[in-house]
Design a protein around this ligand. Structure first.
Ligand code: ASP
Length: 320
């Protein structure tokens, strides 16, 4: 039986400034076009997710691939995960510094390795051995990000609060974890898809948090945290403050509830509410069931999102 294909993407959940809204919407739109054209041709959900995330990594608007946030010592360190819900195969890479498209390295791990997760130099060598070019880390670094890092570090020295996240959503939050750094922008990218064959897949790719310590890995590339897919439950990609998402294994928390019969429309906001209530966390989620039902939610002021169905693409920077 042929299923109606669906592709959902996100480009991060945070207080996206007004002057960056257009670039975010354009970016998620372009990713939808790229991924959905493959789904229409009968490609797998995994192929569509990989293509959509590649497009988002190539767009310097987002914190993935070139243009990502910098580590405390001024480098780009990337994490990505791709998971195929039909086969339960997964591939992940973390702390890679010499790959332009970590989601493609994740795909190679998924397809060609008995392992599912590689980090650092080993991940780069695995990707290179399977044909990916290794680049100099400086090719991933933008001047815009050098300036952003310098500002974050001078604010840190001055003991100033991070204002990029200030918003009414958290005004009443007394949780001690909410005060923990960093509450900076969260521009991670991700995609979930349902293909004509009825399989689902998910992918997430990130440069992590601004001013992170070298070697830090967040939720995005960890199975069940920032990304998960299983045909028996759902496909999910998250964005936001990684540490609380990891502690709650929030991706799996959400897909488990779909497996128990809850609808993704209900579960998505519940997951974000749980994240906030339990640990004062913030972020956004896209969640897609195998039956084509989906949910999107965030508790940040904005989240870049896009959905494509046979009715065409829709994009936005806030879920009302
Ligand atoms: N979740 C990512 C991390 O903590 C950041 C983001 O979503 O932008 O690494």
């Amino acid at each position: 039986m042929s299923h109606t294909p669906i592709l959902i993407v996100h480009g991060g959940a945070w207080a996206i400034p007004d002057d960056m809204l257009e670039a975010h919407e354009q970016g998620v739109f372009d990713a939808l076009q790229t991924g959905y054209s493959l789904l229409e041709l009968g490609a797998s959900a995994t192929d569509a997710v990989e293509a959509a995330v590649t497009k988002l990594e190539d767009d310097t608007t987002f914190d993935a691939g070139r243009g990502s946030f910098l580590t405390r010592d001024g480098r780009v360190q990337l994490d990505a995960l791709l998971m195929d819900g039909g086969t339960m195969r997964a591939g992940g890479v973390a702390c890679v510094e010499r790959l332009r498209n970590p989601i493609q390295a994740a795909r190679l791990v998924l397809d060609r390795s008995p392992h599912i997760y590689f980090v650092g130099q080993g991940a780069e060598e695995f990707a290179a051995a399977h044909g990916m070019p290794l680049i100099d880390n400086s090719e991933l670094v933008l001047d815009r990000e050098r300036e952003r890092l310098a500002l974050a570090q001078s604010n840190e020295r001055a003991g100033l609060p991070d204002l990029t996240f200030a918003g009414p959503t958290f005004a009443d939050d007394k949780s001690p974890e909410t005060a923990a750094p960093p509450l900076d922008s969260h521009d991670t990218v991700g995609a979930v898809a349902l293909d004509q064959h009825g399989n689902i897949a998910a992918g997430t790719s990130t440069g992590g948090t601004l001013n992170k310590d070298p070697g830090r890995v967040g939720d995005s590339s960890l199975i069940g945290c920032g990304c998960y897919a299983d045909n028996q439950s759902a496909a999910v990609s998250l964005t936001g403050w990684g540490e609380p998402i990891m502690k709650l294994v929030l991706g799996k928390w959400a897909t488990d509830r779909v497996q128990l019969g809850r609808s993704p429309e209900q579960v998505a906001p519940e997951a974000i509410s749980y994240l906030h209530k339990r640990l004062g966390g913030h972020g956004g989620i896209i969640l897609l069931g195998r039956d084509g039902r989906y949910g999107l939610a965030h508790n940040t002021p904005r989240m870049a999102w896009g959905i494509c169905t046979p009715d065409g693409p829709r994009t936005g920077t806030r879920i009302e």
